[in-house]
Design a protein around this ligand. Structure first.
Ligand code: UT7
Length: 333
């Protein structure tokens, strides 16, 4: 066993300019600002506009700004993983396209899909590459253009999702006081009946009929997903605290997936922590799927200090869920 740990050494994010407000959404479907704020906690979400623009464009913006702020040359990057459920196209991987757009030429790159848990699954995966000692500069991207699969005639799903991208640099460290300390990730495919995309895959390739039936959009049964999310995300986060002897006072930040403010509050309550210890930006960006965790880290980065105890937690399609304990690696500004 070597003593190399993986640590996050930089964070960047990108959100498109266009803000889809609840009031504008209420002109498209039968909903209201009051219902969305009470039941979900979202005020507006960003939407990527423009012909020919996709997930890779947002991912590339995030990676470009990450490389700049960490003084990393594109050719130094060894591996890039892009987590997404909305790839530019079925193949090739959007990670390949992002790498091409930012000039990353000496790396291998691939996509990872674990629904809204994509970024945490990606961090678990990429950290193992780094801990092996073989890879020195690893880039992890979480990027989703959810507006490409949201049905803006469906009031049950259209308020929830937004577009965005985040990226982090992961590097090796032998400093025992920082880095990725512990994690627990899980999945249960039984949950697929409650949250999926009906057509466009190998089971039901896209056709006139599937498009007419609007089967290329997100299908979600909100209530079962809600129940699973509340119990699984809280259980695994509490377990993360217990097995690492972290008391509520020891925890600097909880970084939860931003799917519903009520799910976030329930998780925080079960962990016994205060609202002030939780990163929440769902009101501004909605659920950006694989991008929620890095967008939180990006926004809070200036406040973070070396050694901060942080727990990341997610739940998403699959079902997939998990929690990770990290000790932050550097002082923000
Ligand atoms: O990130 C991936 C994981 N996804 C999640 O974590 C999402 C989990 N689920 C949820 O967040 C919630 O279930 C939703 C936000 C999707 C829905 O909230 P809810 O409190 O579970 O509402 P509901 O589906 O039980 O619907 C309650 C009522 C229904 O009307 P009736 O039957 O009581 O008359 C719905 O038709 O609210 C109605 N409704 C709406 N009303 C106004 C549903 N959507 C809307 C809407 N505006 N947008």
């Amino acid at each position: 066993m070597n003593n190399i740990k993986a640590t996050i050494t930089g964070v960047a994010g990108y959100v498109p300019e266009y803000r889809l407000t609840n009031d504008e959404l209420a002109q498209m479907v039968d909903t209201s600002d009051e219902w969305i704020m009470t039941r979900i906690g979202i005020k507006e979400r960003r939407i990527l506009k423009g012909e020919g623009k996709g997930t890779s464009d947002m991912g590339a913006e995030a990676v470009k700004s990450l490389l700049e702020k960490t003084n990393t040359k594109p050719e130094e990057v060894d591996v890039l993983i892009n987590c997404t459920v909305t790839p530019d196209m079925q193949f090739p991987a959007t990670a390949n396209i992002i790498s091409d757009k930012v000039g990353i030429k000496n790396a291998f790159s691939f996509d990872l899909n674990a629904g809204c848990s994509g970024f945490l699954y990606g961090l678990e995966t990429i950290s193992k590459f780094v801990e092996s000692g073989k890879y020195k500069k690893a880039v992890l991207v979480g990027a989703d253009k959810m507006s490409s699969i949201v049905d803006y005639q469906d009031r049950a799903t259209s308020p929830i999702f937004g577009d965005g991208a985040g990226a982090i640099l992961v590097e090796p460290t032998t400093d025992e006081s920082i880095g990725i300390m512990d994690s627990k990730l899980q999945s249960d495919g039984v949950g697929r009946i409650h949250l999926h995309q009906k057509a466009g895959g190998s089971v039901k390739p896209a056709s006139h009929e599937t498009v007419d039936a609007r089967e290329h959009y997100i299908y979600q049964e909100g209530q079962p997903v809600f129940k699973w999310a509340v119990s699984k995300m809280a259980d695994v986060s509490v377990e993360m605290m217990e097995r690492n002897n972290i008391t509520p006072d020891d925890l600097t930040w909880l970084v939860p997936h931003q799917a519903n403010n009520r799910i976030i509050e329930a998780t925080a309550k079960r962990m016994g922590i205060k609202k002030e210890q939780v990163m929440i930006n769902i009101q501004k960006f909605g659920n950006t799927t694989a991008a929620t965790l890095p967008l939180c880290l990006w926004e809070w980065e200036p406040q973070l200090k070396k050694g901060d105890n942080i727990i990341l937690a997610t739940f998403g399609a699959g079902f997939t869920w998990g929690s990770m304990y990290i000790k932050w690696g550097y002082d923000g500004k």
